[in-house]
Design a protein around this ligand. Structure first.
Ligand code: DAT
Ligand code: MG
Length: 150
């Protein structure tokens, strides 16, 4: 089963949108694996966004993600990575599909509410970076067979 890291970034937390993000992922049929509400350290921020180091927006991005608490979660399901990226919408909110979170709740790329892993491989790496293995809960739901085909 594919897993993906989801962050409700500081703007989403400040704007009271943690519940909105969770509702949409639950309603989609994805299964929550782990969640924690944390202040992101400089070190975690830099490791998480290492791929963007050197880009013009990098310093602002690190300041933003460390500026206030975030809600970090792991969600799983078939094609969870693609499904969650779709539910979040494109990085630039004005390019996000109508109905996606970034379309419905955001305007600016530097205040785009959420993070979601972009590939299955990065999903695995990011889950391991943000959570200890004992924080990940393996469980089943009674309705799983009505949401997951296999
Ligand atoms: P995503 O968050 O959709 O995975 P990304 O990994 O390309 O997007 O970039 C990480 C974050 O960095 C993104 O959510 C917002 C910021 N960012 C990306 N490109 C940017 C740009 N051109 N200008 C300003 N901020 C940008
Ligand atoms: Mg990304």
């Amino acid at each position: 089963m594919e897993r993906t890291l989801v962050l409700v970034k500081p703007d989403g937390v400040q704007r009271g949108l943690i519940g909105e993000v969770i509702v949409r992922l639950e309603r989609r049929g994805l299964r929550l694996v782990a969640a924690k509400f944390i202040a992101v350290s400089q070190e975690l921020a830099e490791t998480h966004y290492a791929i963007h180091k050197g880009k013009p927006f990098y310093d602002g991005l690190i300041r933003y993600i460390t500026s206030a608490p975030v809600m970090a979660m792991v969600w799983e399901g078939p094609n969870a990575v693609a499904a969650v990226r779709q539910t979040m919408g494109a990085t630039r909110p004005t390019e996000a599909a109508p109905g996606s979170l970034r379309h419905d709740f955001a305007l600016e790329i530097g205040r785009n509410l959420t993070h979601a892993s972009d590939t299955v491989e990065n999903g695995e790496k990011e889950v391991a970076l943000w959570f200890k293995s004992e924080e990940l809960v393996t469980w089943g739901r009674e309705i799983d067979r009505w949401v997951f085909e296999k």
